[in-house]
Each structure stands twice: as C-alpha cells, then as structure tokens.
Design a protein around this ligand. Structure first.
Ligand code: SAH
Length: 213
C-alpha cells in the first residue's frame, strides 16, 4: 500500500477542484489533501481515486464523492476533541476525514462485510476511530450520547428521532433526507426541544436501510 508523490499531486488537484466548487474550510481541505483516497478502493482503480466522483466499493455500496464528503464535513464545523457519530462507515474515508479533523469518532455500519473490512483497514493506515460498530444506525448509539455532531452518509427516507435526541445542546446533525434524491439538511439543537433546521442542495446517496442482512 503505497502513497507516492504522484498521488499527492493528484490530491492537490482534487483539492483545487473542491475549492472551485465552493469548499472553503481550510481544515477540511487539508484533511482531503492528506488522506490517500486510492487506498480506500480496490486496487486497480487509482485513476478514479482523485476525480470528484463517487465510486463502487464492496457489498454494492459506494465511497462518497469527495465534494459530498467535504460539504458535509464543512457543515459539521468540527473542533478537535469533538465527539462525533457517523452512520454508514462504508469504506472509512469519511471517518478518516473526521479523525483528521481531530474528532473522536464512533461509526456504525450495517453491512457485516464492510464493517469487517474497514475495521481492519483503517488502523492499518493509521486512522483510529474511538469505536466502529456493526449495527443499525437508525437507533444511533444511546450509550455514548450526547454527540457534538452526527453525520449520516446514506440517504435517509426520514429523520430518525433517536439521532436528534442524541445531539448535545449546540450539536449539529447533517443528514441527506429523501428517497430518490436527498436534500442535505442541517439540524442544530438549540435547547431540549428546540431544533433549528437548514436545507442545502440536492445530493444522491445509497439508501439508508433498516434491518441488517
Ligand atoms: N461514509 C462512507 C459512505 C458509504 S455509503 C464512505 O466514506 O465510504 C453509505 C453506507 O451506509 C454504506 O456502507 C451502507 O451499508 C451504510 N448504511 C446503510 N444503512 C445503514 C444503517 N441503517 N445503519 C448503518 N449503516 C448503514
């Protein structure tokens, strides 16, 4: 598993593309410039690793488009030490971005194959999540709540209540909501029962599914 100057150069071009598309957060851009995205894909796909596109990984899932990862990460406004919950570990790429931003990451994946693969892979390249969990993200992770931020990386047909209730006061939930197309939605918890809601553009994600297989 190699990371070369050629890869670094390609990453810098990707970062320039993301800046061109409106990503401004320096910490997020820095994380993307550091993380070897080509290692998160099966070998042979290096030509696809640093173009701004989603790409198939194991178990019919995808590694999210870099722009989407950057957009969601920017909305979270992570500060070092924040406790963050991710729903949909997938390849672990978004998880690595969160760790690079200094977050303590808990990440849930419902597909066992991906859970196992990513649990082995992330520490191998030096990214240590607080905890990777095999389970159903609709329930969140009540035993570790509250979270400063929660990020959902699959298309949610509705906003799961447990995720809102597991946010700290002042905490942020970033979730793509919708069936075929999803609207990127940010909730900020302002009080015990008060949530501020902001909607951003449309994105396309693989669906968030209930019940493990
Ligand atoms: N963050 C990932 C994106 C993976 S795609 C990355 O950077 O690669 C979305 C992932 O969400 C898939 O791996 C899918 O299996 C997972 N997923 C779908 N429904 C889920 C659920 N209810 N709970 C947890 N994970 C789920």
């Amino acid at each position: 598993m190699k990371d070369t100057f050629k890869h670094k150069g390609m990453r810098q071009q990707l970062v320039d593309t993301l800046i061109g598309k409106g990503i401004k957060d320096k910490a997020v851009l820095n994380a993307i410039s550091k993380i070897p995205r080509h290692l998160f894909m099966d070998s042979g796909f290096i030509d696809h690793a640093y173009v701004d596109k989603a790409f198939p990984i194991a178990a019919d899932q995808t590694i999210s488009q870099p722009y989407t990862v950057a957009f969601q990460s920017e909305l979270l406004q992570i500060k070092p030490g924040d406790k963050v919950l991710e729903i949909g570990t997938g390849s672990g790429y978004q998880c690595a971005v969160l760790i690079e931003l200094g977050a303590k990451v808990y990440s849930i994946e419902r597909q066992q194959e991906l859970f196992k693969k990513t649990s082995k892979f992330l520490p191998k390249i030096g990214y240590r999540a607080k905890k990777l969990i095999f389970g159903d993200g609709y329930k969140g992770l009540p035993e570790e709540a509250p979270f400063k931020s929660i990020i959902v990386t699959a298309g949610a047909p509705f906003v799961p209540k447990p995720l809102l209730s597991q946010l700290a006061i002042g905490g942020r939930l970033v979730i793509p909501v919708g069936d075929d197309v999803q609207v990127m939605t940010l909730f900020i918890r302002r009080g015990q029962k008060e949530f501020e809601k902001h909607e951003f553009g449309e994105f396309r994600f693989v669906p968030m599914l209930e019940d493990k297989n």
